[in-house]
Design a protein around this ligand. Structure first.
Ligand code: GLN
Length: 462
């Protein structure tokens, strides 16, 4: 197909998804798609992503579409510059297809915290697609686009990938530039990828990775290559951290993991028992560190630098801030700013923020010990349950936060990890998580490809 034909076909798929009520996009237009096709047709036909339509989570900026972070405070905002990751993907021949719905400012695990309505799970409309990158996950799962960018601060690509039955890859921190990713928790944020296959996701990741002088936290090491998929796992030692297999794991997830474990052994890997004791503190640690950084990063939405300038009743700068932020931010974002401000304030800083930073190091040290102790990769469930029902957790923030119990330690440690579909439980996808040592993204992806071939995604596990 020509890029022009792909652009028309993608437009038809996006329109069908809208008509089906998925609510997965916040912006797309046939004009933008057609312009992308014209641009791509001028590039060499052998560019690595030639004509591949890709959706972007709406916290990744481009100059030709609005970026709202699914927040009223940024409604209609168009960036004057483009994210480095997008520039690189476009240079490799990809076409930006749409901006995807998300939890407001990427805070959430169900995409119910979008100011513009929840995203519907493509396989069961009563359920959530996960979050915060739920729109991107749903677009890939529904077959609208072959790949999409999301962002991870604490699991926001792996968790929705698991819920939607697609591949979700979070690279090592420092692998992909954050320039043009709207900041949430700067020490955690990673642009990450959804694909229908490991190889698709790996191609996209390889095209956008590498040092960027505009983001000093990107490492100045050779860019990632698209790894050669492994056919087996012979010679690999794969660790099963016992803390990630609790007795009360959902039976469908447990059955999916049993299937993954068996396939891993049949492919020739040696399975070993390991312990990551401090992962038990990952959720409380994450929910101090991430809100603290968010409170600092979101100070710029004040009605002066960003946001509609709402003049408060009493006038004055304080009233302007209050009116703008009070109206512009939804309840979850306000809660995070309050928590973050609290844990950073004089008198509480040592008790909460500093302590969380110390626990973060202990969590990362557990992983380092496992990997230097001779384990090549770790295998865990991605989520404790398959996709939950809409409304099930919106009244209980802590229940929502616990959806991240298996993913957020990895974010605190800065490691590469991915979620891979391993089967279905009562029709709903179940995902397994592979975790690699720092900057071993390629080895992790190569192993995941072998597991993917052995498993297929659609087997009923219970
Ligand atoms: N669900 C987590 C949160 O609400 C993770 C979000 C993310 O990774 N962006 O903060």
């Amino acid at each position: 197909m020509s890029a022009a034909a792909v652009a028309r076909d993608t437009g038809a798929r996006l329109a069908a998804a809208d008509a089906a009520g998925l609510n997965a996009t916040l912006y797309w237009s046939q004009e933008l798609l057609d312009a992308e096709a014209r641009r791509v047709e001028a590039l060499p036909a052998d560019s690595s992503l030639h004509g591949m339509p890709i959706a972007l989570k709406d916290n990744i900026v481009t100059t030709d579409a609005p970026t709202t972070c699914a927040s009223r405070i940024l409604a209609g905002y168009v960036s004057p510059y483009e994210a480095t990751a997008v520039t690189r993907l476009r240079g490799a021949g990809a076409m930006v297809a749409a901006k995807a719905n998300m939890d407001e400012f990427a805070m959430g695990s169900s995409t119910e915290h979008s100011a513009f309505g929840r995203v519907v799970h493509p396989l069961d409309p009563s359920r959530v697609p996960g979050g915060s990158s739920g729109g991107s996950a749903a677009l890939v799962a529904a077959g609208v686009v072959p790949a999409a960018l999301g962002s991870e601060t604490g699991g926001s690509v792996r968790q929705p990938a698991s819920f939607c039955g697609v591949v979700g890859v979070k690279p090592s921190y420092g692998r992909v530039s954050r320039f043009g990713l709207v900041a949430f928790g700067s020490s955690l944020d990673c642009i990450s990828v959804f694909g229908r296959t490991v190889d698709d996701a790996a191609r996209v990741l390889a095209a956008m990775s590498g040092h960027d002088p505009l983001d000093r936290t990107t490492l100045d090491r050779p860019s990632m290559r698209r790894p050669e998929p492994r056919r087996d796992l012979r010679g690999l030692r794969i660790g099963l951290p016992r803390e990630y297999f609790p007795a009360d794991l959902h039976p469908g997830v447990a059955a999916g993991m049993e299937r993954a474990r068996r396939a891993t052994r049949e492919l020739g890997a040696e399975l070993v028992d390991v312990s990551l004791p401090h992962s038990a503190f990952a959720v409380p640690t994450y929910y101090i560190v991430a809100p603290a950084e968010a409170a600092a990063n979101l100070a710029r939405y004040d009605g002066v630098r960003y946001g509609p300038r709402r003049i408060g009743a009493a006038g004055g700068i304080q009233a302007l801030y209050q009116a703008t932020r009070g109206e512009g931010f939804g309840p979850e974002v306000q809660r995070r700013i309050l928590i973050g401000t609290y844990v950073l304030s004089a008198g509480y800083y040592d008790a909460y923020y500093r302590k969380a930073q110390r626990v973060r190091k202990l969590i990362a040290d557990d992983f380092r010990r496992a990997f230097t102790g001779g384990v090549d990769l770790l295998l865990t469930p991605t989520t404790p349950t398959p996709a939950f029902r809409a409304g099930e957790k919106t009244g209980d923030p802590v229940a929502m936060y616990l959806a991240d119990v298996f993913v957020c330690a990895i974010s605190l440690a800065g490691l590469p990890a991915l979620s891979l579909p391993v089967g279905r439980s009562e029709g709903l996808p179940v995902g397994a998580q592979l975790i690699g040592p720092f900057f071993e993204d390629e080895a992790m992806l190569a192993a995941a490809a072998a597991l993917e071939r052995a498993l297929g995604a659609d087997a009923e596990v219970r």
